[in-house]
Design a protein around this ligand. Sequence first.
Ligand code: ZN
Length: 273
Amino acid sequence: MEKSFLTMRYYETYYYANIVHNVLSDPFPYIRHVHNWYEDREQMFLTPFPKWSVLHDFAEYSIRLLIDEQDGSSAVDRLAANAKADLWIDRAMRHHAMNPEGFRRWASGQGIKPADVSEDDISSYYEELNLTGQVSELIEHLAKEVFYVLFNNRGLLANLNDLVAGVVRDLDPLDCDHEISTSLEGTGRLKRVAIPRWVQRTVLYRDKGLCASCSADIRGLMNSQPDAHYDHIVPLAQHGINDVTNIQLLCSACNLRKGRQPLPPSDRYLTWY
Ligand SMILES: [Zn+2]
């Protein structure tokens, strides 16, 4: 299989990762934002193991919101104060080698004098970039970088999947489209499906072949009976979903233990050295 690579450019990646982390640690102050995200996403939550995971999607949504809500009036002031200043979106796109036309050149092409630049002009320029699909392309890439940074954090994955489980819990199978409702048991819980090979490999490597609860080494490298269980962090019985972000590696003892009581993901990680 062809190897898949992501070019990490780290343009404010940690800034966005931190915001996603903060929102998921305590969603309540951001509840309107969070609600707008999960509205109409039933289809995604119920689709088994999409490659574009719920974390990709939540990061993409959050980044889009932050970029769309950038303050145009302070940008006008900055452009007026400094002839070399440019817009955030141009800097970000240049950093990502996307070669935008650049606001100043666009504005002069429109016959707008530098002294007359208004917030509306900036909005029009941004709208044009939006229409060409370049903004979406940038945001999708930023979301992939944020996913790359955050996917190792099982506590964050548990928070996200708790949030999603709360939405799935409120779904009424009788109210859903036929296509959606086939993913649900009569109880409104998601059906168990086979965990795809790519999910198993991803989780095995993310968790370094160690049980995510007791850190027992379960790689199975040196014996023919590996003791790996691919466990739903938020169980299907508690309305968890089939998503790569909701799977962790457990040994059979912890897996059994979890059957009887909730088992929060461990915050212990193997150090690099
Ligand atoms: Zn264990």
